[in-house]
Unconditional design. Sequence first.
Lengths: 372, 524, 328
Amino acid sequence: MFRRSLLSALRLPVKVERRPEVTPRFSIAVTLGMLLLAFLASGAIFQLLGFSALHIYRSFFTTLLSPIMLEEVFRRSAPIILSAIGLCYSYRMGFWNIGAEGQLYMGMIAATGVVVLYSAGVGPGDALLLPTVVAASMLAGGAWSLIPAALKTKFRANEIITTLMLNYTAILLADYLVHGAWKDPAGYGFAQTVQFPAGARISLPGFPDAVAYLALTGAVTVLTFIVFRYTVFGFESRIVGLNIFASRYAGLRINSIILRGVLISGALAGLAGLIVVSGLIGRLRPGASPGYGYHAIIASLLGGLYPPAVFFSSILFGMLLTSGDLLQASIQMPKSGVEIIMAMIFLATIVAEFVKRHRLRLAGGVRGGGAT
Amino acid sequence: MAENLLERLGPAPPQQPKVEMRGVTKRFPGVLANDNVDFTIYAGEVHALLGENGAGKTTLMNILYGIYTPDAGVIRVRGVPVRLRSPRDAIRLGIGMVHQDFRLIEAHTVAENVYLNYDGLGFIPKWSTLESRLEEMAASYEWRLNPRARVGDLSPGEKQQVELLKLLVRGADILLLDEPTSVLTPIETRMLFKTMRRMVEEGKSIVLITHKLSEALSVSDRVTVMRRGRVVLSKPTKDASIDELSTAMVGAQITGSGLEQGDSNSQDKSPVLQVINLSVMGDEGVLAVRDVNLTVYQGEILGVAGVSGNGQIELVEAIAGLRRPVRGRVLIRGADVTGASPRRLMELGLTYIPPESRKWGIVPELSLYENVAIRVARYQPYSRMGVIDWSRVMEVAERVVSDFKVDAASIKMRAGSLSGGNVQRLILGRELTTTNPVLLVAAYPTKGLDIAATDHVKKILLRLRRENVGVLMLSEDLDEILELSDRIVVMYGGRVVGVVGRSEATPEALGVMMSRGVAAGVSS
Amino acid sequence: MTVESLSFLEAILASAVSAGTIYLIASVGECITERAGVINLGLEGIMAMGAITSFILTLAYGHLAAILGAALVGAVFGLLHAFLSVSLRLNQIVVGLAITWLGLGLSGFMGAPEVARELLKSINPAVPAFLAELKQAPRLPELKIEPLNSLPVLGRVLFSQNILVHAGIITALILWFILTRTRWGLSLRSVGENPALADTAGVNVFAVRYLAVILGSSLAGVAGAYLFIGYQPFWVEDLTRSRGFIAVSLVILSSWSPLRAIAAAYLFGGVETLQFRIPLRGFGAETPQLIMMLPYVITIVTLILISLASRGRLPAPAALGKPYSREE
């Protein structure tokens, strides 16, 4: 039954060979082409399930047309950009951190903790409030990410499983706190904490929040670009991801590099949590993040772990979330509709990797351009 | 070794040969591996296929086993011309091969390995029947092999028996054994030879691919010598003399290499490396290095000879900080560095050329200049305060590429697209240009290189020696060791079984030590 | 032992088996997939797809159609996984995550009342469509196996459950037998240990891996169906709550054996049951979140314990996670 003669048709009918060199331009073209395919495919799915694909496409692009919408896009992109850029540090080292969502929640929890204390009259004064919440959220996110990193380096525990499990744990912890000790007594019984005071929010005086977030996330992106390209740490983390034997041979401090990289990932996700809880919602409540930490995974992979590209692909996800809200209001499309588009983009991203690296050679020896 | 040479006259070859290869030619890019080769196998004989590494023996047998297709030539099996497209074609014709590296699944039992995809296997195999059949078969060759044992738990000798069983149950009666003794202990070797004799008595034919003269003489009925892709001699073993065979193998008498070595009087110089009572665990969880002592002085090359798999790699990996020793000490210039990290060793002046350079030495996805940076990016002047100065790295990379004649279009090329020889040159170049070693540990530095590259590497090693660097070198090539080393250490079964000065060393004496683990007449 | 505590024990064990079946069906399938050398992290999404399929098909055509439909949907997702990971040789981790994403997104979308209603209407117009908006479906009936169900303890724990509970155990036993005792099993294990060698021995590595991924995925679909119609027949988004990922880690705990997977799955069924039993006894009655963390925390602790017990040498198939290509 498992003989080659049977079922051998399962192997590809054409000869696929590796493409010797991949130029950046070709690589971008393939990614964009696959993105287009992803949009078409999800349109087809929506049409099948009874929603107008055209309507969905239209609403996606209207998010770019009005200043209010655009502001919303940038606001919602901010946590995704920060988490996605953070994830680049992990993924470059081959550390499959799926835990940005949990790290983001821990950032939210820590920042909220500071604010709860502040509202109760303890804790930092007005001037120190912002630095304290920033530090608290980054430390909490970083500490949460160190758990899977330590488990990986010490016990070789699979980081995919541990980070996923820690996501649920963090989300449940936030739930526990807002239902219990941190519940706002003046909140009419709603499960939510007190509102964040203005002093605990990231802002640029005289500008809308979106601009402040763009400045912050832009700076983080540029800084990361520099770290990856020009620093010893950035270079060595890449070697760890590519060849663990060569890393040992070259005398790299592998565990320390992994811990540092994952710590940065977690800290940035924690900072993203601060933006969510202080700026986007204004307080902690159940389900505060619609999955920014998960969206960041696709955004960082779609951007090929190249910070400027990751920045823009995160904005794409901000657009998707914003248009998802629009569609829910206008045609009652369920919220998870945008998740389908994201999943298709994810699939497109990984297939693009294959298309970039291979070309087809037909039986007659004719070369095709791509492979789809 | 050849004690029963005369007592044993093989049976007279019957008329029709079992296998006849005529005019077989095989070309690989840049190499003519087999050049118009004739080779015949008769029933009931052990036919030794003798030659140095790279003489084309394995290629010829891979052709007979259907792994390669020849560019020209005819193969007849039992008189019938055949085309062999895959090993399974060969097996159908009764031809089986045991490769140097075992093709076994460690997690499976002996029986499972033997009967994997065996035609007569029912949907629910009757394992107890199959296992007792195997037990019988093993017993008939006086093997103590438990068919229910996990292959990962077996010794190399037993694994080889499993490989043989795989062929025997499929009815193979032409067995091609590629360097079968390279992983065996002397006792296991003797047992294998006994088995081989018994098999040919049953009418089977065996080809013994080997580079060891002594083996060919002790077990074969006929011997064919190959050199540089050609057959240079083929006759009954009883008519062949040692001198004749060794001359045929190496060509003309070994003459001076043309490499000026100069004298070294290591006695006056201070030791750069001392290895004291070192024991190291291998991957299989048994000691691979046992109680090794050796010293490398300034300005000398210490060659480590030995059949591969006798602990050499584990030894150098322990010295290079990639493996933690179980016992013993390693000193560099008198400082205890046992268990030190590769980084610290590097900073103390150790430069290490790894084996399997593609796995250990480079990152194939990165460019050449990035590969130059992997060992040194963290040091000044290549970086300052954690920021890399790429222009300086590129400068050095250019120097490495031109000084060490790395054949690359640009230093921005992916290292993975280099050929093996060029990878080796890149690594040597990187290590020697960017570091200033007091001790060089080189594991098989010329393995897989062409003649020009080999020469280049040898010159570099000799230059370092002149510059008073201590060199510890592993090599599978005895000639290379004899040519370069001031002193030679022979390893066998994880132990140092002999230390010989170059002037007293002969290939024969080293060969005996390498294959039997005894210092024949030469004291350490 | 008092009668009261005996019946409490019975109740605990019965619900451990009931909850454990979710894990059992999924992780037995994953065992087979991984023994062929492919890791399928798409389990989570495929289970969600199985659950939503069973929800709508139960309303439309009843339980049997629901189970078969879930298996089929799982198989389709498995085919997609195999195409990407086996034929295109893409990173199995990323492929699995993408499949999970697709499954979660699609199932969430299909479960929304307005979509579920339309789906039900188009699948079987004879059934009143508003049923789908109620987010509920009839539960699988308990199968009381006479006279075994009157046995002490076992009667309630094993012989008063629904049919998928028994199917789970039987599937595990059959797959264990096939894996360890048959020619197919030997071929499959060889592919997971050393695909190149299996290939030269004449085993079709690609076919074996496709079949293993598809089988594992369709079992994950059934596990999702069981989760809904056999365990918790009320639709909520994120119904699976990482159970698919836990099932993947249970494969490690059961050291890749379908037989041991039975024990591991029921163990985790027990953990899951405690979530509901502990609040009943007082602690965490108002805020059950801390207790709900238990399965996740215990999964992590289990991974650590396995690592300590095996000293970092897990008996994982040697080629697990590695794409096979003939050319190299």
